[in-house]
Design a protein around this ligand. Sequence first.
Ligand code: 5GP
Length: 194
Amino acid sequence: MRELEERIKTDGQVLSNNVLKVDQFLNHQVDPDLMFAIGQRFAQLFMDAHITKILTVESSGIAPALMAGLQLHVPVIFARKHKSLTLTDDLYTANVYSFTKQTENQITVSKKYLDVNDQVLIIDDFLANGQAVFGLLEIAQQARFNVAGVGIVIEKSFQPGAQKIREQGVRLESLARIKSLQDGQVTFMSDEEN
Ligand code: 5GP
């Protein structure tokens, strides 16, 4: 997605050879117009997939997931990373090792909102080693809903998550695919095609 790649080039900060900071439009301050366009793109990609629910993880997955839900007219569920006093019903849980925080979190989703009849689109902001997505796929196995695909805003293609997801036969659509963050420079897979 050209608009997203341009925004990453303008406002992204390369913190190291494997971490990109996009606090200016996605992870802290959020640009609603860009998120709307991202939601439209996901909706276009998964238009014929009969999606009934979108599933993401708090907190940075919520903005793009909500915009996709708005376009597809389906509810958006976000897995919680923190225990909630009000989330006391039967829960699906999975352990997820956080790439950025380097800690393990238990993610939880209420059994009330997902079941065997659902056709689910998983959305997240970044894809690195695939831990977050694999946690959500584990919840899919527990709840026995079908995963129509995974939509990622920024895939770091040089890390193993994308390949691992595709190897499982899961459809993966990433709107920006980063080939490298070497030497403070963002290089996209699409740069090679031009
Ligand atoms: P994974 O679970 O695929 O290893 O990592 C994905 C999760 O870690 C995302 O939900 C995102 O919050 C965070 N993450 C991974 N890499 C980056 C990065 O380069 N920058 C930012 N801001 N977050 C990242």
